[in-house]
Design a protein. Structure first.
Lengths: 205, 636, 347
């Protein structure tokens, strides 16, 4: 009797740090989930706006735009750091990873500081009316995700610094870039909705 | 050592191979071992057993409701108790039974059908189960402490808002949603990645079993629909606890917005429950008609279309709210059009049975029962899609009849068929076919006796969610029939349990492939070993088990001293790289405890979101920390 | 053939039971239409019912026909069979499936057209001229009914009962004070929700005199089951007589017992919630009682309006309708009897 045929896979690498890795795909799907949530939040915001005759409601000030617009610069530039780090992770280049992650983290923290400064100037409370509720909802949810990822990136950075940059950590650095790009990309429509929305959707007097 | 697969390649060191695999994939001992399990068969079984218990609990709630409604002005249940019971019944059935049981079956079957050893993210799998269990415990803690939700399973504001439902009832409901939706999202993520990246070599997209296709589509639906319910329930919860104005009418929130967001999730949700059941039907039909399901491309495209169109129907739940006619007409069209995609599949199955040679196993009985019941439910669904008709029968017993026909007929009957079909694989023993046939008929008759009369009740003016009614409206006689039918269903349920327990002890030994079915789970032992296959099979046809033995192909070269599987490419499933899965781990459980503290605590005090997140962080740190012993080293 | 026979028997039994049950009563029935709106919907219903019923039977015959093939039993077939159809069978089957699919699409299209057409037909009533406008507000768990004049001022206020003239279109403006309710009188029309912060509109017309029962059809809390409304359709003369009587203030008490009853009313907490026009009682939280004596029911028609029921209701509202918002006022029987007399005299 002829033997069953075989495919020998022992020559294949035991891991792959690229966008063929299952973890990369999983992270992409998680980003899709978060992204969908933000989509619904934006749709809800637009729906609520259409129910009002006067927008923003009386008493609510427009958010100031200078600080958040300035903050976009470190945010977008931080992607460069992420890109360097994820490319370095593919090549097991420790120095490259440290440089990239450090740049990412420094710029991320600069963005965050500017954001905090901006928050002090917002004059509407989340409890006041629908306007305040939605704007603060955007800011709170994005910030929660943002802080979470900054902390994880920090942990990865420290692991690489102390020399624990085996395949798992390197895959982590590579996959972390997916999260970072997502946080930056999803911030753009939210930024428009929060800081330009009131003007764009203002009732013409 | 006995081998698991009946055909194996002739490779040296097979005995050593098997004993390595046994050791590598062994579960840890004791309670810690049980809490650390990450194998998909065990976790799948946990989901199935827990969900089945929820089915029984939900069934008892239904019986209580039916007793109350059996006669006019009955005093068996007070208004408050009745409202809690119908809310909990709907919530339990939808969130704690229907979706989790489909997930559990998927977790069990998908890796086997794809020819791999585990899901793509085993620890996430474990975490998802603990979150589901957390949701069960949290809701029923509420039920037994007088905080059962009582505002309907959909919890419309303003009724569910802080003003009209004070106390913790709605909060418990909203946060239970968070638990179960996290769980569903975890499962969906890992199922998609498993199906796309870990299929057997040669299992190109056009060779994927129809059941696996149904899970792929369903998982994408979960990913795009579940965020909506997280948003809706969070809106409600934060309006209630911290005074936001998302959906409260005062200060500009809009109750109709809640309905839009809820049903944007709610309609895909029923398809999320139903589409995997269609996958069951395909598997059972092909095995018992002894041939491929007719029209594979049509089947796949219909399911994909089903998945997409399901997102465009949600307003048909809101036809009575006074929306513009033109908008409603669009949703009438889409709601009717989805009958086409379901219809095509029914036609293909009937064609398969017609041209095949049906073998009347209990599983196939349930498929015929599915056709009889689901198609009727589909007809009433087309009626409900029409706005004028819906305006009369919306929120009446007609709708209750409709959705029980499509959910029980369309999902639960295939599920019972699936239990009878895969029980031999899961336990190694056959269920009693004789008792199975009786089981089917009792359930079929009981179901129709209970729910068919409800169509009439709805047309005769009986609205939903009423705890009683007066004698003069003439609903008493029909209600009695429905109540009698409910008890017949209960008897059917008990018969099923008896069959399960008896067969586990003394059913006939099943062997690898008692049905001569065509998919890869039947290639290995019943029940499968923790590692599923000694040598991962390759797939050279759509029905790998119907390929003659001499033409089958296997994968060699995976290491057996660590949990290693194969990652293949998306389109043609060519081997790409090896992938090392984690072993047992307690961290998913610990992280789930942390998440539970966060969710439960935040119902009482919003600051728990911050403190709980810190605990979750600690859990995730332990989860992902790179341990030296687990480092992957390249071979020399 | 066994299966086909058994299935047919079951179906026949079901149909018989359905016929029996259908015939039972016509109260609050969507298939007993009294006006043009419910009439159009009922016509659509029967069209859908017969067409889809026939389709269901065809599909079931096709499904059960597959069982007429010989049963192969349990023996496993050797794998020399390829489990594949011959090209000829494949082609013929494809044609049948394609034909069935196209038929499905055509039928659904017909149903969509019929449905949208009926929907347009339902708007016709709103284009007629001599309509009556009534505002209905849903409040947990009763209905406030206010008749509007042509300049939108409120002429008549009553509760839980709407009188309309036969043959005249009526515009219902539907509002809610608290949670979402739904107005549904099946003999006259489908349902429309009452949503806080929105105004919805429904047009109805009764073509035959009678009392038509409806109830709230959106779960609104504890006593959702007991939020019943009656639409009383009467000839234009009778309606005018009723309306003119409603315009009058409350009848003054005509004997000492009723006078005592009025005193009891004014001296107790009743006045905080209820209004009786023509007296000092002006509460707005509860139903207007100016013409309470002429109404059919108490507590949103939870119980019929009889002196005995009224006594039970006032003495202990929670036992008639647990959880409702009416306060329990302690009255002794010396006060209760005159109060009931007085209230029933307010016709």
């Amino acid at each position: 009797m002829t033997e069953p045929k075989t495919i020998d896979v022992s020559h294949l690498p035991p891991y792959d740090i690229s966008n063929q890795a299952p973890l990369w795909w999983g992270q992409l799907l998680l980003a899709a989930i978060e992204g969908m949530m933000f989509c619904i939040l934006i749709a809800a915001y637009l729906y609520v706006r259409l129910r009002y005759d006067v927008w923003p409601p009386p008493g609510d000030q427009f958010p100031h735009r200078l600080l958040p617009t300035l903050a976009l610069i470190p945010l977008i530039l931080s992607c460069i750091g992420t890109y360097w780090a994820s490319e370095a992770a593919k090549k097991d280049d420790r120095a490259g990873m440290i440089k990239g992650l450090a740049l990412n983290l420094v710029l991320a923290i600069v963005f965050f500081v500017i954001r905090l400064m901006d928050w002090y100037s917002l004059n509407f409370s989340y409890k006041a009316d629908a306007f305040g509720t939605y704007l603060w909802a955007f800011l709170a949810v994005h910030t929660y995700d943002y802080v979470g990822d900054v902390i994880f990136t920090l942990v990865l950075f420290l692991l690489v610094v102390i020399g624990r940059h085996g395949p798992k950590v390197r895959l982590g650095v590579h996959v972390d870039s997916v999260v970072w790009y997502f946080l930056v990309i999803v911030w753009i429509p939210i930024y428009v909705a929060v800081y330009w929305g009131p003007t764009l959707m203002e009732t013409q007097q | 050592m006995t081998q698991t697969q009946d055909v194996l390649p002739n490779v040296p060191n097979q005995e050593q191979n098997i004993s390595n695999l046994e050791r590598t994939w062994r579960r840890g001992r004791g309670l810690i071992g049980w809490l650390s399990v990450t194998t998909h068969q065990a976790i799948g079984m946990r989901y199935i057993v827990t969900a089945f218990i929820m089915l029984c609990v939900g069934g008892i709630e239904a019986l209580l409701m039916r007793i109350q409604l059996a006669k006019p002005n009955n005093t068996f249940l007070s208004a408050d108790l009745y409202n809690q019971i119908f809310t909990t019944h709907g919530t339990t059935m939808m969130f704690l039974f229907a979706v989790p049981v489909m997930e559990g079956m998927a977790i069990y079957l998908v890796p086997l059908m794809c020819g791999t050893r585990n899901v793509a993210f085993p620890r996430l799998n474990a975490f998802g189960y603990w979150m589901f269990l957390g949701g069960v415990l949290f809701l029923y803690w509420g039920v037994f402490t007088g905080a059962a939700p009582d505002m309907g399973w959909f919890a419309y504001p303003p009724l569910s808002g802080p003003q009209f439902t004070p106390g913790k009832r709605t909060d418990v409901w909203a946060q239970m949603i968070t638990f179960t939706e996290f769980s569903a999202l975890c499962v969906a993520t890992e199922i998609v990645v498993t199906i796309l990246k870990m299929r057997a070599p040669g299992m190109s997209l056009n060779r994927i079993p129809l059941y696996v296709w149904s899970l792929l589509i369903q998982s994408f639906m979960v990913i795009f629909a579940m965020p909506a319910i997280v948003v809706a329930s969070s809106f409600l919860l934060s309006d209630r606890t911290i005074g936001t104005h998302f959906v409260n009418p005062s200060e500009g929130g809009d109750p109709l917005l809640y309905q839009h967001i809820f049903w944007f999730f709610g309609h895909p949700e029923v398809y999320i429950i139903f589409i995997p059941a269609l996958g069951f039907v395909s598997a059972i039909v092909s095995a018992n008609a002894r041939q491929h399901v007719f029209g594979y491309p049509a089947m796949v495209l219909s399911q994909i279309a089903n998945g997409f169109i399901a997102f465009g129907l949600w307003v048909h739940h809101m036809f009575a709210t006074g929306l513009p006619q033109i908008g409603e007409a669009f949703f009438t069209a889409s709601s009717m059009m989805i009958a086409i995609t379901s219809g095509v599949q029914i036609f293909c199955w009937i064609a398969t049975l017609w041209t095949g040679r049906p073998r009347m196993t209990t599983a196939l009985y349930f498929v015929y029962g599915f056709i009889a019941i689901f198609v009727l439910g589909g007809m009433t669904g087309v009626m409900l899609a029409s706005v004028p008709l819906d305006l009369q029968v919306h929120d009446t017993y007609f709708v209750i009849a409709h959705f029980h026909y499509v959910l029980i007929g369309g999902a639960v009957f295939p599920l019972f068929g699936a239990f009878y079909h895969w029980f031999p694989k899961m336990t190694g023993r056959m269920m009693s076919e004789r008792l199975g046939r009786w089981n089917f008929w009792v359930l079929f008759v009981g179901f129709n006796l209970t729910f068919f009369p409800m169509h009439i009740l709805g047309l005769k003016g009986m609205p939903r969610r009423v705890y009683t009614y007066p004698p003069e409206v003439g609903w008493g006689f029909i209600s009695q029939i429905a109540t009698a039918g409910a008890f017949v269903i209960a008897i059917g349920g008990v018969m099923f349990l008896i069959n399960v327990f008896r067969s586990r002890k003394s059913g006939a030994i099943a062997g690898n492939n008692p049905w001569d079915a065509d998919s890869l789970e039947w290639a290995t032992s019943s029940p499968p070993a923790n590692y599923n296959f000694e040598y991962l099979p390759a797939a050279t046809s759509r029905s790998p088990m119907w390929v003659p033995r001499e033409e089958r192909t296997f994968v060699t070269g995976l290491r057996t001293d660590r949990r290693e599987v194969l990652v293949t490419t998306l389109m043609d499933a060519e081997p790409h790289h090896r992938y090392v899965l984690p072993g047992s781990s307690i961290w998913p459980f610990i992280t789930a405890i942390a998440a539970s503290i966060t969710f439960v605590g935040s119902v009482f005090n919003p600051w728990y979101i911050i403190s709980g997140s810190i605990l979750i962080f600690v859990g995730l740190l332990g989860w992902f920390w790179p341990r030296r012993a687990a480092e992957i080293r390249d071979e020399a | 053939m066994n299966w086909v026979g058994r299935a047919a028997k079951l179906a026949l039994l079901a149909a018989l039971a359905a016929a029996v049950a259908f015939g039972a009563t016509d109260v609050q029935s969507a298939v007993n239409p009294i006006g043009p709106q419910s009439g159009k919907i009922a016509n659509l219903w029967w069209f859908f019912f017969w067409l889809l019923g026939a389709i269901y039977i065809v599909v079931m015959i096709a499904a059960l026909w597959t069982l007429t093939r010989p049963n192969r039993g349990f023996g496993q077939e050797p794998l020399e069979h390829t489990h594949q159809l011959s090209p000829e069978t494949d082609r013929r089957t494809s044609r049948v499936v394609a034909g069935a699919t196209i038929t499905t699409i055509v039928i659904l299209f017909v149903l969509i057209v019929a449905s949208v057409g009926t929907g347009k037909g339902l708007s016709e009533l709103g284009e007629q001229k001599n309509s009556l406008t009534i505002q209905v507000m849903g409040i947990q768990w009763w209905w406030q009914v206010m008749y509007q004049t042509s300049d939108s001022s409120i002429a008549v206020t009553t509760a839980n009962e709407i009188h309309i003239p036969v043959g005249r279109p009526v515009q219902l403006r539907l509002l809610s004070n608290d949670v979402i309710h739904s107005f549904w009188v099946p003999n006259l029309h489908g349902k429309t929700d009452l949503i806080p912060s929105r105004v919805n509109t429904q047009w109805i017309q009764a073509d035959k005199p009678g009392v038509y029962r409806g109830q709230c059809a959106e779960f609104c809390g504890l006593q959702h089951a007991h939020m019943i409304i009656y639409v009383v359709a009467e000839s234009p003369d009778k309606f005018k007589a009723w309306y003119d009587r409603q315009l009058q203030p409350a009848a003054a008490p005509s004997d000492p017992v009723m006078q005592r009853g009025q005193q009891v009313f004014m001296n107790n907490a009743c006045v905080y919630c209820h209004q009786i026009r023509g007296t000092d009682a002006a509460g707005q939280n509860g139903p207007d009682l100016t013409h309470f004596g002429s109404r059919l029911g108490i507590a949103a028609n939870t119980v019929p309006n009889t002196p005995g029921n009224l006594g039970g209701w006032i003495a202990d509202p929670q036992s008639t309708k647990p959880g409702n918002h009416m306060a329990t006022i302690a009255l002794n029987s010396a006060d209760m009897h005159p109060l009931i007399n007085y209230l029933e005299s307010l016709k």
